[in-house]
Design a protein around this ligand. Structure first.
Ligand SMILES: Nc1ncnc2c1ncn2[C@@H]1O[C@H](COP(=O)(O)OP(=O)(O)OP(=O)(O)O)[C@@H](O)[C@H]1O
Length: 564
């Protein structure tokens, strides 16, 4: 974490009118394709947050089913029904029960509501899939409604800014805010994120400002530093925003420290605003960082620590966790194929997410499966255009059965309904990362499974995760049936002979493998190159494709690979 200077204003001296060019936000995307931004308008209940958008009877049924599922996790719900609380605005209650389809507050929702309504800053932690989104949205909207006109005027101020680390998560939060506020008048929700045209953001910010603005850090910062809305500097508008929420706060501070630091410096001082920080994980160094550097006097609400009944106390009780150790890189591809086939046979309504360590690996394997093995697979990673990302995300959300290959852009916060299995193909970089990826399954009382596949050289990394009570999955995935084996070999021979799509992506995947594992644990450069060569052979290439000398030097493998 970088040193943090909350309260010190860091401003760009140059404030320019918005240009027509694209801006990227999270450092992840190289795409220049443009997506129409989401203007989220309340009052029109729509198909959001797993809701059917159907008639009232079907929504009531859905709500009852959701409540029954929630009851399956004895640690999830509190004793408080939303309808029992007289201090929740009736219009918000309607949004919660009729649109979101919820009856009883979860533990985190009940605890945060109580505390946040007073305006205190909150550091909130509860396990993945326990309803943190509504836990922060409900009290802040309720507070906003109670503000005097000198604090907040609808359309003239942005009441609440919510920052989330990925675009999909920002969209999801905005969707939930829209559902919650469906029956409120004079209340708008807007969502801005990278990969879209700035001009379109402007249409969401003017002529009226939204009550809630959900944003990714990069795009928000661009507006704070450069934009004028109706001739007013956006940064001056933000000076009057008294409530800020940082969702997945540990990730935001870890990956975007400068951006978050600067964003907060544009807002009212910590003592004058309400700051809500949420995540399922609060690593020690993050707490230390907050204590040392942030001048926020926050209350801590930790629903994880209080849950001592569970041994696997940081992961979700309803997620069964398995691991499998690959004994040779030769098995990398067959084990992946065999595993997917096994799961497809095992569950009628399989809905599987497979996490890979890099976007280029995601791209290659989704094409290897879709083109080479005729097993359709969706992909989401930061190397796609935002439009394709959104399309894949919506498709997967609505699928009863399907497979998504993805990178860590989908690791946090994303709430795809009904995930039966989360596979982590390669040991994740940290405990937190493991918890968040696993948390895409077994949400809100549902059951699910997680399977971590450790590569032959990842034993040590796996050790640091054993505290999660992983059970061994000793299945022999790599023993493929004759037909599948033939298909794998045919796909590999296409790659060898220079298939237009597969070969290019195989080469990119191989470079990504080399690059990712070069910075990994205590692997020696010669070993990284050896494993990369074995990976290359496994996907049909004859060797690691040549890398630029500069890159080889950066990765510490100069002289060990072919350089150009
Ligand atoms: N009170 C409730 N009763 C039943 N289900 C709920 C309740 N509140 C939220 N949910 C459902 O729980 C699911 C997970 O909610 P949400 O995405 O807010 O979890 P989260 O705690 O933020 O998870 P993550 O840590 O992964 O971001 C959603 O499908 C949501 O509709």
């Amino acid at each position: 974490f970088l040193p943090f200077n909350d309260g010190i204003r860091i401003r760009s001296s140059l404030v320019v009118a918005v240009s027509d060019s694209d801006y990227e936000d999270e450092s992840q995307s190289s795409s220049k394709r443009i997506r129409r931004p989401t203007r989220i308008r309340p009052k029109r209940p729509s198909k959001v947050d797993g809701g059917s958008g159907g008639n009232i009877e079907s929504r009531i049924k859905e709500a009852q089913a959701r409540h029954q599922e929630a009851l399956q996790d004895p640690t999830l719900l509190s004793n408080t029904k939303f309808s029992d609380r007289s201090d929740i605005n009736p219009a918000l209650k309607r949004g919660i029960t009729e649109v979101l389809g919820l009856q009883t507050m979860t533990q985190i929702q009940a605890k945060v509501y109580q505390e946040a309504l007073s305006g205190d800053s909150i550091l909130g932690r509860s396990k993945t899939g326990t309803g943190k989104t509504l836990a922060f949205l409900l009290p802040v909207v309720e507070r906003l409604l109670a503000f005097d006109p000198d604090m907040y005027r609808p359309g003239k101020n942005i009441g609440i800014i919510v920052v989330a680390p990925t675009r999909e998560l920002a969209i999801q939060i905005a969707d939930q805010a829209k559902s919650l506020t469906t029956y409120l008048n004079d209340f708008e929700v807007a969502c801005i994120y990278g990969g879209t045209k700035m001009q379109r953001d402007m249409r969401m910010l003017s002529p009226r400002l939204p009550s809630i603005l959900v944003a990714t850090p990069g795009r928000l910062l661009v507006h704070l530093e450069n934009t004028r809305v109706e001739r007013q500097k956006f940064s001056d508008i933000a000076e009057d925003t008294n409530i800020i929420v940082l969702d997945e706060a540990d990730r935001l501070f870890e990956s975007f420290p400068k951006e978050i630091n600067t964003i907060l410096s544009f807002l009212p001082r910590a003592t004058k605003r309400q700051t809500l920080l949420f995540s399922a994980t609060m690593p020690k160094r993050f707490r230390f960082f907050l204590r040392e550097n942030m001048k926020i006097d926050y209350k801590e609400i930790d629903c994880v620590e209080s849950d001592r009944s569970s041994r696997k106390s940081e992961t979700n009780l309803r997620a069964q966790q398995f691991f499998h150790q690959l004994d040779s890189m030769e098995h990398y591809v067959p084990a992946l194929v065999g595993l997917i086939q096994r799961e497809m046979k095992k569950e009628k309504d399989y809905k599987i997410i497979v996490f890979f360590p890099a976007g280029r690996l995601v791209r290659f394997f989704s094409q290897f499966f879709s083109i080479g093995l005729e097993i359709p697979v969706l992909e989401i990673h930061s190397r796609m255009s935002q439009a394709s990302r959104n399309r894949a995300s919506t498709t997967f959300r609505n699928m009863k059965r399907g497979i998504l290959f993805t990178s860590d852009v989908s690791a946090r916060g994303i709430d795809y309904p009904g995930i039966s299995l989360v596979v982590q193909y390669g040991t994740p970089s940290s405990r937190s990362n493991y918890i968040h990826r696993l948390g895409r399954t077994a949400r809100a009382g549902r059951q699910g499974q997680g399977l971590l596949i450790a590569l032959p050289f990842e034993e040590k990394q796996l050790d640091s995760i054993t505290r999660f009570d992983l059970h061994l999955d000793s299945g022999d995935f790599s023993a493929l049936d004759h037909k599948t084996n033939e298909m794998v070999e045919t796909a590999k021979s296409k790659i060898k002979s220079g298939h237009a799509v597969l070969t290019t992506n195989a080469e990119a995947a191989c470079k990504a493998f080399l690059s990712y594992y070069s910075g990994y644990g205590s692997l020696k450069p010669a070993d990284v190159v050896r494993y990369s060569e074995e990976f290359a052979l496994g996907i049909g290439l004859s060797t690691v494709p040549p890398v630029e000398s500069k890159v080889a030097e950066r990765l510490g493998v100069q002289g060990l690979v072919n350089e150009i």
